[in-house]
Design a protein around this ligand. Structure first.
Ligand code: 8YV
Length: 313
């Protein structure tokens, strides 16, 4: 008999089909009354397949008495109650590595778009304003400048490699220095003061909440650019909006927000911010690799084998 797996959110048809081959999939997002649905199917559920946004709360796991494994289609685990999982001996798996290069590409895309004003430039050419009003103002150079990476993990390093190819000097801030060719800063605000661009690639969760606060944003300064491809929780969104509006920060490129999918109106109305609806890992290739890894983790667990990408608890 196929093990029963609860899927929290819709995915691509291919990902759903791949999950449905070895498992009996219960679709939580289709339930008109999720609580009633969980009451009905909860006792049979042995696995959860979820994404980074939905994760797995203690409340959800608490409704599943036979739960053995949570497989997350994301590297970020901030929406998974790891303490609850650990206490109940529930295994957790995520999808690191397969998404690293795409998220780094998105960081570069946002940096270049923000600095070179690609979106307003597109509007200028597209609307015919170029012919009516003439050229647009000059933009900011990226190559040859200095960048700070906030959170030099797998994605941070992939961003740094790309920046090096553009002759950008790289420094970083982590809680502790790590083995790397880049200069370490012990304080985020000191790093921000010394660079032109700050790229946020830190893990989300309580440890990094509000790390990019008003002080850090203002230290980056009126010519600085902030890029966030990590989690909205790492940045004080209100302080960022104020700084962008008041000329205390030049521009920002944001793929993530504090309360997704909500993007505050004050932020949406600013011309000096480039917005993406959390698309860092959203390529056909990477999402297929993530979906495959979710299935392989679940299959390995139910076959009594070692998981390809377990999360140490
Ligand atoms: C996904 C992510 O966009 O890996 C992460 O931590 O945030 C992303 O890859 C996410 O899982 C979709 O909700």
């Amino acid at each position: 008999m196929k093990p029963d797996v609860l899927m929290t959110r819709p995915s691509t048809p291919a990902a759903l089909a791949a999950l449905e081959r070895p498992f009996r999939v219960h679709r939580l997002w289709e339930a008109a009354d999720p609580a009633a649905f969980l009451k009905e199917v909860g006792p049979s559920i042995r696995g959860i397949a979820s994404d980074g946004g939905a994760g797995a709360s203690a409340e959800l796991m608490g409704a599943l008495p036979r739960l053995e494994i949570v497989a997350i289609s994301a590297v970020g685990l901030d929406a998974v109650d790891l303490g609850h999982a650990k206490a109940r001996g529930i295994v957790v798996a995520n999808t690191p590595d397969v998404l690293t290069e795409d998220v780094a590409d998105m960081a570069l895309a946002l940096l270049l778009a923000a600095a070179r004003e690609v979106v307003p430039g597109d509007a200028h050419a597209r609307s015919g304003a170029w012919g009516r009003e003439g050229n647009r103002p000059l933009t900011r150079r990226v190559n040859g400048k200095r960048a700070g990476i906030l959170g030099l993990g797998r994605i941070g390093r992939a961003v740094a490699r790309r920046l090096e190819a553009m002759n950008v000097q790289v420094a970083y801030h982590n809680r502790r220095p790590i083995e790397s060719p880049y200069i370490y800063y012990g304080r985020a605000s000191d790093l921000a003061r010394d660079v032109d661009f700050l790229i946020v690639t830190a893990a989300g969760g309580e440890g990094s909440r509000g790390l990019v606060d008003r002080e850090v944003i203002e230290a980056l300064g009126p010519d600085g650019i902030l890029v966030n491809v990590a989690r909205g929780s790492v940045v004080d969104e209100e302080a960022l909006t104020d700084a962008l509006r008041d000329g205390k920060l030049a521009a920002a490129g944001l793929d993530v927000f504090a309360h997704e999918p909500h993007v505050p109106e004050a932020l949406r109305s600013l011309p000096n911010v480039v917005l993406q609806p959390h698309m860092g890992s959203a390529t056909v290739e990477t999402r297929a690799a993530m979906a495959d890894l979710v299935v392989r983790n679940l299959e390995a667990h139910f076959a009594g084998k070692l998981l390809p990408t377990p999360v140490p608890l």
